[in-house]
Write a new protein. Structure first.
Length: 321
């Protein structure tokens, strides 16, 4: 009888942690039909864009470790809804969890420790910045998301949120125009701060990679239900003629069951060869808490002639789960 009681107690102890873990599957699926007009190029139609939200699929879970501590994990990958593959819009096409694959330890002492592949200090602005129209690839964040081996620290000091990241496993890419390091990696360090002042949520993040750096500042506020955002980013790749800037203002206005969205901005670079202005307007209609239909229009006006000017009209549907 005693052996049975002991065996039962041991079994319960082993099973309890597994039962305490909460695992969920989540994601976004978006499809659209687009009419694209590019100056100097024949008009084309596309069904591969996803202007309202990036299609993705993920798995996340949390386990209570007791004593105020907990451990969570996130596995998230881009999803190409055209063919069901995992390439989506990510630069690491084909990798199952190219967006995120990390663990997060809540120490119970006011700060968290992360390790794995996750958004660096300036990429953390993606989710907030995409609250407005994102019909154009505006290059707001120049540094590639192709990071691995990140370790991070985040927490709160009074009313100020803070986060920092570090890795020594960044391979130089042409997209970032990093300094030449042919067969090695570059270290990357980043930090960020966030707080609220007079009803305005402020975030600022800095990422340094090799000889390059990127600074992003975001201000968001809500006025009578209308969300207004202003975003500024400045990137210095560390290479000759490798400085870029992006400034944009966005608004989301809910009215009569619709969300009216608008964005205007300007992208600059030190060579002046590919600077452009952009604007976008979109209307989305929520059919439920998780499903919306949308239509929109954008215009991209390039300064160096008319060869790259682009206008896009789109209509589509997006569902989150």
């Amino acid at each position: 009888m005693k052996k049975l009681i002991v065996a039962t107690a041991v079994s319960a102890a082993l099973v309890a942690p597994a039962m305490a873990q909460n695992v969920t599957v989540y994601g976004v699926i978006g499809m659209s039909y687009d009419q694209v007009e590019t100056s100097g190029v024949a008009t084309s139609s596309s069904t591969s864009r996803d202007p309202l939200a990036s299609s993705r699929i993920g798995i996340k879970g949390t386990e209570d470790l007791g004593g105020g501590m907990s451990l969570s994990f996130t596995l998230e990958g881009d999803l190409n809804t055209m063919n069901g593959t995992g390439d989506g819009t990510g630069a690491l096409g084909g990798i199952m969890f190219d967006r995120a694959a990390f663990i997060d330890l809540n120490t119970g002492m006011g700060f968290n420790i992360q390790a794995g592949k996750f958004a660096n200090s300036t990429k953390r602005f993606d989710s907030a910045a995409s609250a407005s129209t994102n019909l154009l690839d505006m290059g707001t964040f120049r540094f590639s998301t192709d990071t691995s081996g990140l370790v991070g620290l985040s927490g709160k000091l009074g009313s100020v949120d803070f986060w920092s990241t570090y890795t020594n496993d960044i391979t130089p890419t042409a997209a970032v125009a990093s300094p030449t390091t042919a067969d090695g990696g570059l270290s990357e360090f980043g930090f960020g701060l966030g707080t609220a002042i007079a009803g305005v949520n402020l975030k600022i993040g800095q990422t340094t990679r090799g000889a390059g750096s990127e600074l992003v500042a975001l201000a968001t506020t809500s006025l009578s239900g209308v969300t207004v955002e202003g975003l500024i980013s400045r990137t210095d790749s560390g290479a000759a003629n490798g400085k870029y800037g992006n400034t944009q203002a966005s608004v989301v206005y809910p009215v009569s069951g619709l969300n009216l969205r608008g964005t205007v901005g300007r992208h600059t670079n030190d060579t002046k060869t590919s600077e452009y202005k952009f604007m976008g307007f979109m209307v989305d209609k929520p059919l439920s808490k998780r499903t919306s239909v949308f239509t929109g229009w954008t215009d991209k006006d390039v300064n160096n002639g008319t060869a790259l000017d682009e206008t896009v009209a789109t209509v589509g549907i997006v569902h989150s789960f």
